[in-house]
Design a protein around this ligand. Sequence first.
Ligand code: UD1
Ligand code: CA
Length: 497
Amino acid sequence: MSVKASAESRGGAGKKARPLACLILAAGKGTRMNSARVKVLHPLLGMPLVSYPVELAQVLGASPIVAVLGHQRAEVEQVLVARHGAGAVTVAEQAEQRGTGHATRVGLGPLSRFEGIVLILSGDVPLLRKETLRALVAKARATGGLAVLTATVPDATGYGRIVRDSAGRVQKIVEQRDATAAERTINEVNAGVYAAPADFLRKATARLSPKNAQGELYLTDVVARAAATIGAAAVAVDAGETSGINDRRQLAAAEIVMRGRINARWMEHASFRDPASTVVEPGVIIGADVEIGRNVSLRGRTVIGAGVRIDDGVILTDTDVGAGAEIKPYCVATEAKIGPSAKIGPFAHLRPGTDLGPEVHIGNFVETKKARLGRGSKANHLTYLGDVIVGDKVNVGAGTITCNYNGYEKTQTIIEDGAFIGSDSQLVAPVRIGKRAIVAAGATITRDVPDGALAITRADQKHVAGYADRVAARYQARRPAAPTSSPAKPSSPAKQG
Ligand code: UD1
Ligand code: CA
């Protein structure tokens, strides 16, 4: 790694490396997506397409990173700021899409004084690897010329073809619609990714002409110019990396490729029972010795600690799971924290602001929201805990509900250490249950319960002896009339229930 990095920074020529900037071409609409949303905002594994080249450029240390935007410019810019921070990406507006050459010219605007190598990426080519781009930039640095990424594909339809001379040197790129019959048989294609010196690109894009089948300014035309001046070299790469997204089928196919890549990386130290059904988004981190069941989705900025077991059907979004925790089948958690060695589910729903301490147990059909539970506390069955702070070692009985909303505002419940909440209780907030207090089953608590006290709100139990026989006798004397609308007559009222 360090050997490689130092070779990179020396530019392979023993001199100090020229700085690297990046241009991302993303002004197009993406007509073939048939969508109201511009193509580069469609998500691939939860991340908008445009963010893939941005992250690659960042990994390569490119600065500045300029995105050429046109269609839905404001929306794309907003997403860039939200995901990468204000100022991470400079936006250049291409109001009218006059071709990739024109887009590059527009993008070079903010780079007018930049002296170095410019890496040009497309907003719709997300599967590139950083190693590939490093090799491309290294090539441009080593030769001082232009380097273009190419792939050999079985069906080159739609791509620009790489035309080489008899000695095998790159001569030019010809677009499908401008190609001769002979050129169309070439199956080495242009991936649309380039690295070249900024001053060359400034000059070459200034001279482009739209005399071609599409009447556009083609960036591809700068390759012939480079071949005639500073030199043009191809860096060939596996076609799997260079496929662009033009329609929703390609988007789905790329997602499968990316998913396989991400899963393969985590399988170095985590077990996936069925990787083909497991979705791990790019921002997720998975610790050592984690076990993941079938149909699990780990999204956003989820972090899974060491030794965690996640069973089938679990969906975690922006959730932090502490070491050794166990998440049983079909739990959903969003913006939640699950403490070490906690046990969750099956069928639990942890909503934003849930913060569970170590060894907490949350059982089936329990919903939590803005709920902090201390070490070892338990809510095992059929419970809603919202806007609540629960101390350590609290037992929340089945069917407990924090009544946190009065139709106007949310208010808080506090349950202190060691308290015991009997089943089927309602805690009407704002209310505080004291330390080691006991709430008897079926209570409706509307006032604070002192430490150590029993709170009981139910009516006394009465017994009426012989009542069952009295009711039976009454109904034997007067059978109820059968409802007239019903075709089937019940044979006896006792069987109706
Ligand atoms: C381009 C290449 C082609 C290559 C292919 C690889 C040209 C002329 N052709 O064709 O050789 O094989 O990519 O995928 O470059 N864009 C703008 N402004 C514009 C036009 C395009 O920002 O005025 C952006 C698009 O949003 C897209 C990228 O540039 O992200 C590529 O444009 P696209 O129209 O998809 O080019 P292709 O026809 O695929
Ligand atoms: Ca394209």
